[in-house]
Design a protein around this ligand. Structure first.
Ligand code: OSB
Ligand code: MG
Length: 372
């Protein structure tokens, strides 16, 4: 098939609650919806997940849209595509820009699943020779809180809703005292913390002291370009380290594995350039005994559906950062809602990503001029 039209629609969504991390406080989330039309009139959809600012990763919505329109899109013009994996190879001559690449690549996967009349979850499972689960165990990521009372209430609420694992954002080493108390007050909940680089090697001994069995991992404690200090830290503590911001590619995962910088990988499709790279990373992690699980980055409906298709893979058992729609935006871009039932989200049964843009967003997307 060939792609004959490409459309890009910037969208601004209001988060119900501001999300605080060490990088920034997000209250308005900007994403872009990408729509691709092929030569038989079938559409595929993807979501550009870069943030408005370059704190979490170097790309921004504006930089990525520019790269998509001026550089990546034109590489697919008049090109015959037989398999979705071909996109990653075509884009490999362009350095970096993983989120821009992933936006197009995931839309092509959606398109192929629709052509083959199957769900994206099933297509992906077939590619990696496993099965797709109907229901996916999920967790929640709670933004940093300034008081113990606020944090405790957020944990009570997450437990009440049924989330199977709770991640708490931490913006400084001082907040570890709050975390220690939480670990004691909720011995039966499974926790992890995400420092988003707000720790340093200086607090290694403080981290080594936390041996609570209900703290299953510490995500991204140190600098986003460092593998060496993470390795030193991992050797000094018994709690698993998990890398997020460091990981843009399979090569980064291999570096982390070889240097023993972490024992777990937070996998985000957008951050690694799309589904084909994500599958290569999953395979590597499974072969080498690294725990790999699906992260999230405050996606809107299209991105959440795409993540859920990957997270549905049998074997990706650790609950991901893919929470119910109600946790994020008052108005999303799709017509359906992801709802939590017994700590799980169910994978849509429809073709491709299995969700549909609301008429308003579908119209707005089609009204943009194709940049191909
Ligand atoms: O560090 O995992 C992170 C959100 C935006 C950017 C980075 C991160 C996050 C989250 C939220 O933790 C996960 C979610 O989408 O619910
Ligand atoms: Mg993280």
């Amino acid at each position: 098939m060939k792609i004959i039209e490409m459309h890009l629609l910037p969208v601004k969504l209001q988060l119900k609650n501001a999300f605080v991390s060490n990088h920034e406080t997000v209250s308005r989330r900007e994403v872009s919806i990408i729509g691709l039309k092929n030569d038989t009139g079938i559409w595929g959809y993807g979501e550009l997940e870069a943030f408005s600012t370059p704190y979490y990763t170097p790309e921004t919505q504006r930089s990525a849209r520019l790269i998509i329109k001026e550089t990546l899109g034109p590489l697919l013009k008049n090109v015959q595509i037989n398999q979705p994996e071909e996109i990653t190879n075509i884009f490999s001559e362009i350095a970096g820009n993983q989120m821009a690449k992933a936006a197009i690549e995931t839309a092509v996967w959606d398109l192929f699943a629709k052509i083959q009349k199957k769900s994206l979850a099933v297509l992906i499972a077939q590619k990696i020779h496993t099965k797709s689960r109907r229901n996916v165990p999920v967790g929640i990521s709670i933004g940093a809180k300034s008081s113990f009372a606020e944090l405790k209430n957020a944990v009570i609420s997450a437990n009440y809703q049924g989330y199977q694992r709770i991640k708490i954002k931490v913006t400084s080493a001082e907040e570890l005292n709050l975390i220690k108390k939480i670990l004691q007050v909720f011995p039966d909940s499974t926790f992890m913390i995400d420092a988003n680089s707000s720790f340093s090697l200086k607090i290694a001994s403080k981290l080594a002291e936390i041996t609570a069995p209900n703290l299953v991992m510490i995500e991204q404690p140190l600098r986003t370009t460092d593998f060496v200090d993470h390795s030193i830290l991992q050797a000094r503590i018994t709690t698993r380290l998990c890398l997020d911001e460091n990981i843009f590619s399979l090569d980064d995962v291999r570096t982390a594995y070889t240097l023993k910088s972490a024992q777990a990988i937070n996998l985000k499709l957008a951050r690694v350039g799309g589904i084909a790279n994500a599958l290569a990373i999953i395979n590597f992690c499974w072969e080498h005994g690294l725990l790999v699980w699906c992260g999230g980055m405050l996606e809107a409906g299209i991105g959440r559906a795409t993540n859920l298709a990957v997270a549905s893979l049998l074997g990706l058992d650790f609950p991901g950062d893919i929470s119910a729609s109600s946790r994020y935006y008052s108005k999303d871009v799709i017509t359906s809602e992801f709802m939590l039932a017994r700590g799980m989200l169910s994978v849509p049964l429809g073709l491709g990503i299995g969700v549909t843009l609301t008429p308003k967003y579908q119209q707005a997307l089609q009204d943009t001029t194709s940049f191909l």
